[in-house]
Design a protein. Structure first.
Length: 228
């Protein structure tokens, strides 16, 4: 049997005193390379908490996360976050130009990217000629495209998506969703996609994990879970 690209077992997080309440409990899942799982559920159900545990932005209270068979706790944080990229609901870009944002990750690892390659990468996400643009001049959809390319330029093995289209208007949302769909298929990316949209889950995902009050209420193929 091939090793899953991403797997977690009995994953959970409990806040320490004085809060002393659990945010997530007993989440287990497996994803093969190239699979996309949609994580759905109401606000406060634990969706974003799960993403933060998968790349150790928060530490789990219990359970394990394996990246291609390796316990993520054995990986240096910088290596882990290169291999497990994340795109947030809003594009948190650094002050400066689009190009400076795109090359930030590789530069941290001592890898330089020539300007011609940056131009090619930006053209690939519909931002031809944007390299020298100040990020403060970008629209919401343009900024999210930069955030996506900033994550992908590190060649991650897994991409975490925390409602990446929910803060956009209808036209930008459809454009970014279509871009992500093509990039995921082209790069054979393994993705965990948090979404409030059942239709988006139906279109994008191979599997669905439904959370309610921090616990799994359903897990299986997209067709099976969404039909239920």
């Amino acid at each position: 049997m091939p090793v899953p690209m991403l797997a977690c077992s009995q994953l959970g997080r409990v806040l320490p005193p004085p809060a002393s309440r659990f945010l997530l409990a007993d989440v287990s899942l497996e994803l093969a390379r190239g699979e996309v799982i949609a994580v759905v559920g109401p606000s406060g159900s634990g969706k974003s908490t799960l993403l933060r545990l998968l790349n150790r932005l928060d530490e789990p209270t219990n359970g394990t996360v394996l990246l291609n068979g390796t316990d993520v706790r054995t990986l240096p944080p910088r290596e882990l976050r290169r291999r497990v990229g994340i795109v947030m609901q809003r594009a948190y870009l650094f002050p400066g130009t689009v190009a400076e944002n795109v090359i930030f990750g590789p530069r941290q690892h001592g890898r330089m990217i020539p300007s011609t390659e940056i131009d090619d990468l930006l053209t690939h996400v519909g931002l031809s000629g944007f390299a020298t643009r100040d990020v403060l001049t970008l629209s919401g959809g343009e900024a999210q495209r930069v955030a996506i390319m900033r994550a992908l330029v590190n060649n991650p093995e897994v991409l975490l998506l925390d409602e990446p289209t929910s803060a956009l208007d209808d036209a930008a949302r459809l454009g970014v969703q279509s871009l992500l769909e093509s990039l995921i298929r082209e790069r054979h990316l393994t993705c965990v996609w948090v979404t409030h949209s059942i239709e988006q889950a139906r279109v994008m995902a191979d599997k669905v994990l439904a959370l309610e009050s921090g616990r799994v209420s359903a897990y299986g193929s997209a067709a099976e879970v969404l039909r239920a």
